[in-house]
Design a protein around this ligand. Structure first.
Ligand code: TRP
Length: 73
């Protein structure tokens, strides 16, 4: 997977968070995007973003395949 590949996230419930974590020596949250049911976010890994955390029930498609995250407790 390259930085040019897109990650597609589709929220399966209200209030799904897509959280971007910084690249480099320290790994910190730098952006949190809230998606409601049915909303889709298309994102890339970048110079600034090395990881993403998805919180809530969503379908996530990437070059690695498709995975479903579960609902928050
Ligand atoms: N400014 C961020 C960046 O260029 C925007 C971003 C890209 C982002 N991919 C993301 C934010 C994934 C959250 C999740 O890296």
């Amino acid at each position: 997977m390259s930085q040019n590949d897109f990650i597609v996230i589709k929220a399966e419930e209200d209030g799904v968070h897509v959280i971007g974590l910084t690249r480099g020596d320290d790994t910190k949250f730098h952006h949190s995007e809230k998606l409601d049911q049915g909303e889709v976010m298309i994102a890339q890994f970048t110079e600034h973003t090395s990881a993403m955390k998805i919180r809530g029930k969503a379908i996530i498609q990437s070059a690695n395949g498709t995975i479903e995250s579960d609902a928050k407790k």
